[in-house]
Design a protein around this ligand. Structure first.
Ligand code: PMV
Length: 361
């Protein structure tokens, strides 16, 4: 498919005023996307677990208008959040070609996150995917379409808001980025991982340890851009594509030791890119390293298959099979929670992606 396939030719109906609502989860990458080109296109393929407890719920109210330009207001937990509006403006500009009715309506975007706003958990993946689903729901009311196309285009739009958001539409495993080993994979949108996955990975657990809840000193946008002039960029993109290919037989066989090796290497490679860019920077905190060390010791002492991954921040995602839930939660509360800001963490697990919610809720 190409970008052209997402440009609608005409609509069968127009809409009067109404509301559409979706809930969409966050996701955590196992093989990381870091570096992009063109309009939000990834330099390598990535794969993530879709989460479930960490989600954004968005209601999009629309009303026809005749004035020029985009018209919208954003509300977070019922309060106007003008700080989000430049990002939405940019998103609307990027997707206007594909959603040509954007200037025909005045929008009120009401959004709320299941996780604390200041938790340091990026709401861009869940937020952008929820908004993309709402816009697609409007489009679907104007013109009939297949469910598969609906989801592909929702992912395509979400990607234009935030790259990793393309992986939040479906679950539990989604690949984004063209990879020769994954049929149907594309730089334009995420696709559900359609190969065999061992029962070990069913309901995989992710406990997010909130180490640092502040604003990141360096945004992901700046970090992606630094990959343009990075001395190890080419090797990194190759490494990620190789790791994705190496993960496929691991997902099939359920080999948790091999899974741990790939997932932890990916987390550290991502941060190694930050630490070796120009300028360089460090997003991990001393407590991030404390946690990593304790996870590795715990594994050595007990034979547990718990491991860690990181996104572009100091928080640690603790991943483990559901069969180890009691034992690992016990370890987290006794040994790791003391490294979290105010002892806070979020217990999550894999999920199935965005869901339509009743407009009256
Ligand atoms: O979607 P962005 O532009 O915020 O980039 C996110 C990149 C990582 O979270 C660090 C990795 C990934 O693949 O999700």
């Amino acid at each position: 498919m190409t970008e052209q396939d997402f440009i609608p030719s005409s609509y069968a109906h127009t809409l009067t005023q109404g509301t559409v609502s979706f809930q969409s989860p966050s996701n955590i990458a196992l093989v990381k996307y870091w570096g992009k080109y063109g309009e939000q296109l990834p330099k390598n393929a990535s794969i993530s677990f879709t989460l479930s407890a960490c989600h954004t719920k968005t209601s999009l109210h629309f009303e026809p208008k005749t004035s020029d330009g985009f018209e919208f207001q954003v509300f977070l937990d019922g309060n106007r959040e003008a700080g989000f509006e430049p990002k939405i403006q940019k998103f609307f500009e990027r997707i206007e070609t594909y959603i040509p009715f954007l200037k025909d309506y005045s929008f009120r975007i009401e959004t709320s996150n299941s996780f604390p706003h200041s938790s340091g958990i990026a709401s861009s993946a869940s937020g952008m995917s929820a908004l993309a689903m709402c816009l697609m729901q409007m489009e679907r009311q104007m013109t009939p379409m297949e469910d598969a196309f609906f989801k592909k285009k929702a992912s395509f739009l979400a990607r234009l808001g935030s790259g990793s958001a393309s992986r939040s539409i479906e679950g539990p495993l989604v690949v984004w980025g063209t990879h020769q080993a994954i049929e149907g994979s594309s730089n334009l949108f995420g696709v559900p991982y359609a190969y065999e996955v061992h029962a070990n990975f069913r309901d995989y657990q992710d406990v997010i340890l909130l180490v640092d809840k502040g604003e990141k000193q360096v945004s992901s946008t700046v970090g992606h851009n630094l990959m343009h002039s990075h001395p190890f960029a080419v090797q990194r993109f190759q490494q990620a594509n190789n790791q994705l290919e190496a993960l496929m037989p691991v997902l099939k066989s359920g080999d948790l030791d091999a899974f741990i090796e790939i997932v932890e290497a990916e987390a550290l490679s991502l941060h190694a890119m930050m630490m070796t860019s120009t300028p360089n920077y460090i997003l991990m905190k001393p407590n991030t390293l404390q946690i990593i060390e304790r996870i590795r010791n715990f594994r050595l002492q007990t034979g547990s298959k718990v491991c860690f991954t990181l996104d572009a921040g100091a928080n640690v995602h603790v991943l483990f099979p559901k069969s180890e839930k009691d034992q690992v939660l016990q370890f987290i509360t006794s040994e790791l929670v003391s490294f979290c800001k105010n002892g806070e963490y979020i217990a999550d697990q894999t999920g199935l992606g965005a869901i339509h919610v009743s407009e009256n809720q």
